[in-house]
Design a protein around this ligand. Structure first.
Ligand code: FMN
Length: 329
C-alpha cells in the first residue's frame, strides 16, 4: 500500500496537495489527526523566503517534529535561490523538498517559475540539478500536463527529472492554460507513468472515493493527491486510504464529530495566528465545513461577527444544534 520515495517509505498512497492559503500548519495538523497521509506545505516562493522573515516565513512557521513527514514545496526561477531555500528547509527538518512546476498564477509564471518552467526545460533541468545537489533528502516534483494542449510535455519533463535524481512526480492533469477549467485528464497521466520508473502521483478533480479509484485505474499512477476535495472534510483522505486498503467505505464522521473536528481546527488556527488574523483566515474553512447545513448561512454571519474564542465556539455549537434539529424534523 505504501510508497517508497527515495529511501523513505510513506504508509498511504494518498497525499494532501500543496495549496496556498489552505494547507497551512493548522490544516496539515487536522488532516494528520484523521490518518497517516503525507501532507505538502503551501508553496514557498524561494526568493521571498531568502529575502525576508515576513509573511511566507510566518505562515510557514512550523514544528518539524510534530509536522512530520512533510514535503516542503518551493517555487522559483533561480537555481541558486532554489538550492539555498531547499538547504535551509532540509536543515530545519523537511522530509522532502518538492519543486513547483505547476503553478499557473500570472505573478509566478511571468518570472519563469511554476508551470512556466514547462516551457523552458533547460532552466527546469538546471533548477532540478541545483536543488538535488544542495540536499540529501528526497526531491520530488509537481507539474501540470504541459503549457497548453498543443504542448503536453509532462512525460519529457518527468524523464529529465528522473535522470537528474528526482524521486517522485506528481501530475495535475490539466495544462497551465486550462488553469482550473475543464476536467483533469487522468488517462494522460498514464503517459507520464509509462515514461519513468519512479512513483507517479495523479492529481486533479478527485472529489469522491470512487473518483480516487477510477483515477488510479486510468492514470496507472502509484497514488493520488487531493486538493479541493479536502475542503471542509479533512477526513476525506483517510476515507480514500481505507477504501483502497479494504474496498469498504468508511462513513464520514457524524455531524457532531464533524463539529468537534472544526472546533479543534479553529483552536489550532486561533492559537497560531492570534484571534484577529486567525478568525479572518478561518472564515473560508468554517464555510466549507458547514456548507449545505440547514440555516447555516445566517449562523455563519453570527460566527464571523464574534470577537472572542468562547463566543465563536458558542456560535459554532448553535449552528450545528440548529442544523441537527432541522435535519431530524
Ligand atoms: C487555493 C489553491 C491553492 C493552490 N496552491 C498550490 C501551491 O501552493 N502549490 C501547488 O503546487 N499547487 C497549488 N494548487 C494546485 C493544487 O495543488 C492541485 O494541483 C489542484 O487544485 C488540482 O487538484 P484538486 O482538483 O484535487 O484540487 C492550489 C490549488 C488551489 C485550489
Amino acid at each position: 500500500m505504501g510508497i517508497r520515495i527515495g529511501d523513505i517509505e510513506v504508509v498511504a498512497p494518498v497525499f494532501l496537495a500543496p495549496m496556498s492559503g489552505v494547507t497551512d500548519l493548522s490544516f496539515r495538523k487536522i488532516v494528520r489527526k484523521q490518518g497517516p497521509e503525507l501532507v505538502f506545505s503551501e508553496m514557498i516562493a524561494s526568493r521571498e523566503f531568502l529575502k525576508t522573515e515576513s509573511l511566507s516565513v510566518r505562515k510557514f512557521n512550523t514544528n518539524f517534529v510534530e509536522d512530520y513527514p512533510l514535503a516542503v514545496q518551493l517555487a522559483g526561477w533561480d537555481p541558486e535561490d532554489m538550492a539555498l531555500a531547499a538547504k535551509i528547509n532540509e536543515d530545519r527538518g523537511a522530509t522532502f523538498i518538492d519543486i513547483n512546476m505547476g503553478c499557473p498564477a500570472k505573478k509566478v509564471v511571468k518570472r519563469y517559475a511554476g508551470s512556466a518552467l514547462m516551457q523552458d526545460l533547460n532552466l527546469a533541468k538546471k533548477i532540478i540539478q541545483s536543488v538535488i545537489k544542495a540536499v540529501n533528502v528526497p526531491v520530488t516534483l509537481k507539474m501540470r500536463t504541459g503549457w497548453n494542449l498543443d504542448h503536453r510535455n509532462a512525460p519529457e519533463l518527468a524523464l529529465i527529472a528522473e535522470r537528474e535524481g528526482v524521486q517522485m512526480i506528481t501530475v495535475h492533469g490539466r495544462t497551465r492554460c486550462q488553469l482550473y477549467k475543464g476536467v483533469a485528464d487522468w488517462p494522460f497521466i498514464a503517459q507520464v507513468k509509462g515514461a519513468v520508473k519512479i512513483p507517479v502521483i495523479a492529481n486533479g478533480d478527485i472529489r469522491t472515493i470512487y473518483d480516487a479509484k477510477e483515477c488510479l485505474e486510468l492514470s496507472k499512477a502509484d497514488g493520488v493527491m487531493i486538493g479541493r476535495g479536502s475542503y471542509g472534510r479533512p477526513w476525506f483522505l483517510n476515507q480514500i486510504t481505507k477504501f483502497l486498503e479494504t474496498g469498504k467505505i468508511q462513513e464520514a464522521p457524524s455531524l457532531d464529530e464533524q463539529k468537534l473536528v472544526l472546533i479543534e481546527h479553529l483552536d489550532y488556527m486561533l492559537t497560531h495566528y492570534g484571534f484577529q488574523d486567525g478568525a479572518k483566515l478561518a472564515r473560508k474553512h468554517i464555510a466549507w465545513y458547514t456548507k449545505g447545513l440547514p440555516s447555516s448561512g445566517e449562523a455563519r454571519q453570527k460566527i464571523f461577527a464574534t470577537n472572542s474564542l468562547s463566543a465563536l465556539i458558542t456560535e459554532v455549537n448553535d449552528l450545528y444544534s440548529i442544523a441537527t434539529e432541522k435535519m431530524a424534523a
